[in-house]
Design a protein around this ligand. Structure first.
Ligand SMILES: C[S@@+](CC[C@H](N)C(=O)[O-])C[C@H]1O[C@@H](n2cnc3c(N)ncnc32)[C@H](O)[C@@H]1O
Length: 221
């Protein structure tokens, strides 16, 4: 049975015994979410005027990435947040995490209670579309500006990290679109490069992994 554990920055995560894997970095769940996804992807995307960024998340999980993005959305940097999840986490489990003390808990629970397969306008600046589907098989939405690639690690779920799936993500993205992931393995970086991304190695979250990856789809192909 899945268990709740506390990570090094005090925020909780879920441990999955049958995979021997956590939903977040044990060095800090919230720190990882803020650095890798909110700051290096969503906030990094260059906007010149009001823009509603189309964000695609692989793995909705606890909704932590979603809630920090909703909290960062404002009148100029808005989000249409599409999240794919095959195994939704029960609300009872979410309520047992300690996220109420570190993020806007009402907002977090509204994201979890939002229906699947529908677009919900959670606030004027943040729309959520949760899709219950298998990422390895489903059709991807088009015109994506930002991808949060937050699958379980390649050693645990190798089928989520194939070159074929990266090609499908690349094709789903708009020019200048950016993808970030916590995984900085050389083979994953080369796969992203082979499908056409320009890939940077960036410093990881404070106290966490040394490096992370950011992949950008070039404007001109
Ligand atoms: C590392 S966790 C994601 C953590 C999440 N982003 C968060 O903020 O809590 C990986 C997620 O991928 C989901 N997942 C696993 N296999 C999947 C699949 N084939 N399609 C879609 N989601 C999948 C898991 O259920 C899990 O929620």
């Amino acid at each position: 049975m899945n268990k709740i554990e506390i990570t090094a920055d005090g925020s909780a995560t879920i441990y999955v015994p049958h995979l021997d894997e956590h939903y977040h970095s044990v060095k800090g769940a919230l720190t990882e979410s803020l650095h890798i996804f909110r700051d290096c992807a969503f906030m990094h995307y260059p906007i010149t005027t009001t823009q509603r960024l189309r964000v695609l998340e692989i793995g909705f999980g606890t909704g932590l990435n979603a809630v920090v993005t909703a909290m960062a959305s404002d009148d100029s940097r808005q989000a249409h947040y599409i999240s794919l999840e095959l195994y939704p986490v029960e609300c009872e489990m979410i309520e047992k995490l300690n996220y109420g003390a570190i993020v806007d808990n009402d907002l977090l629970m509204s994201l979890h209670r939002a229906p699947w397969e529908s677009t919900e306008h959670i606030s004027p600046n943040f729309a959520l579309e949760k899709r219950k589907c298998d990422f390895t098989k489903c059709e991807l939405p088009k015109g994506i500006d930002v991808v949060y690639f937050d699958a379980f690690a390649p050693e645990k779920q190798p089928e989520m990290w194939s070159e074929e799936l990266f090609t499908r993500i690349f094709e789903a993205m708009a020019p200048n679109g950016i993808l970030t992931t916590y995984c900085a393995k050389g083979e994953i970086r080369r796969r992203l490069q082979r499908v056409g991304f320009i890939v940077e190695r960036l410093p990881g979250p404070p106290g966490g992994k040394r490096e992370i990856l950011r992949a950008t789809k070039p404007k001109e192909l």
